[in-house]
Design a protein around this ligand. Structure first.
Ligand code: SF4
Length: 98
């Protein structure tokens, strides 16, 4: 079985980056597990992001421990798509950075 690899990736790092939909993310960390470039971290949602959500999604986040994914290492993304496929909440899309 193949391990994690970005050998098949077409893009150079820094062209594409993952975008997290915080209304969908439940901080399950599948993205963190599969990303070969260590783009993700799972942590408590920032206050400003929390306040940007409507009441229903704030309550949903409380149920899931206030944890979401962030992308502190987004510049390293090679656009392999593993995180998009792995996310059980379909919370990740890939977008051009510029
Ligand atoms: S597409 Fe997702 S899994 Fe692949 S390198 Fe970028 S952030 Fe990591």
């Amino acid at each position: 079985m193949r391990g994690k690899s970005t050998a098949d990736c077409k893009q150079k790092a820094g062209v594409i980056a993952p975008v997290i939909d915080l209304k969908r993310c439940e901080g399950k960390a599948d993205c963190l597990d599969v990303c070969p470039e260590n783009v993700f971290e799972i942590r408590r949602i920032d206050e400003v992001d929390y306040l940007s959500l409507d009441l229903m999604h704030r309550l949903k986040l409380r149920v899931h421990g206030m944890k979401v994914a962030y992308t502190p290492n987004a510049d390293a993304c090679r656009s392999c798509g593993l995180c998009v496929t792995a996310c059980p909440e379909r919370a990740i899309t890939l977008a051009r950075t510029a």
